[in-house]
Design a protein around this ligand. Structure first.
Ligand code: ADP
Length: 187
C-alpha cells in the first residue's frame, strides 16, 4: 500500500484520548488490570464501574494480562463501544542490545494484539495513547517508531480497520510523531 492510502487511515491528535471520538480506545494498562496512574487512571475514572467490573471478570477467568497481550471491556460512561486494555513493556534502561530488541518486540506486540482484537470485535476506528512512554519509561523516539511501524504493517495487511488515531497527550510525543509521520509521507 502506498503512503498516500495510509494518509486517510492514520490520524495524529494532540490531547486526551477519552475526549476524541472513536469506536474503541486503547488503554496502556498494567498486568493487574486494576487501574493505575496516567492514561489508565483517566480511563478508569471516566469509564467508571463497568470497566472495573469487566476487568475483574477477566482476572477471575484468565488471570492477569501479560505484557504484549490485550483484553476488551465495555466503555462504561464514555462514548465508545469498548476499551481495549493492553500491557506495554517496562523499559529496563537499555542494559544491552538484546533487552532493547526484546522490549521493542513486546511493544510492537501490544499494538498488534490491540488491532487484532479490534478487528475481531468489528471495531473500525481505534485510538492509541503512547503506550509505555509514561511511568514505563520507554524512550519516546523508539516507542513512536515502533508504534508507527506496527500500525503501518498491520494496515498494509488488513483493510478492515479504517482509522487509527495516535492520541498524544504531551507536546513532546506529538512533535516526535509528527516528524516521523511526515518523513514517511503519511502526514
Ligand atoms: P505506561 O505505564 O504505559 O508508561 P502511562 O499512562 O504512564 O502508561 O503513559 C503512557 C502515555 O499516556 C504517556 O505518554 C502519557 O503522557 C499519556 N497519557 C496520560 N494521560 C493521558 C490521556 N488522558 N490521554 C492520552 N494519553 C495520556
Amino acid at each position: 500500500m502506498k503512503p498516500k492510502d495510509l494518509k486517510n487511515r492514520i490520524v495524529l491528535v494532540k490531547g486526551d484520548i477519552t475526549e476524541y471520538p472513536a469506536d474503541v480506545i486503547v488503554n496502556a494498562a498494567n498486568s493487574s488490570l486494576l487501574g493505575g496512574s496516567g492514561v489508565d487512571g483517566a480511563i478508569h475514572r471516566k469509564g467508571g464501574r463497568e470497566i472495573t467490573e469487566d476487568c475483574m471478570k477477566i482476572r477471575d477467568s484468565q488471570g492477569k494480562c501479560n505484557v504484549g497481550e490485550a483484553v476488551i471491556t465495555r466503555a462504561g460512561n464514555m462514548p465508545f463501544k469498548n476499551v481495549i486494555h493492553t500491557v506495554g513493556p517496562v523499559w529496563q534502561s537499555g542494559k544491552n542490545n538484546e533487552t532493547k530488541l526484546f522490549a521493542e518486540r513486546l511493544l510492537k506486540k501490544a499494538y498488534i494484539s490491540s488491532l487484532e482484537l479490534a478487528e475481531k470485535n468489528k471495531l473500525k476506528n481505534i485510538s492509541f495513547p503512547n503506550i509505555s512512554t509514561g511511568v514505563y519509561r520507554f524512550p519516546k523516539d523508539l516507542a513512536a517508531k515502533t508504534a508507527i511501524n506496527a500500525v503501518v504493517e498491520y494496515l498494509e495487511k488488513s483493510d478492515f480497520i479504517e482509522k487509527v488515531n495516535f492520541v498524544c497527550f504531551e507536546n513532546e510525543n506529538f512533535e516526535i510523531y509528527r516528524k516521523l509521520l511526515e518523513e514517511k509521507g503519511i502526514l
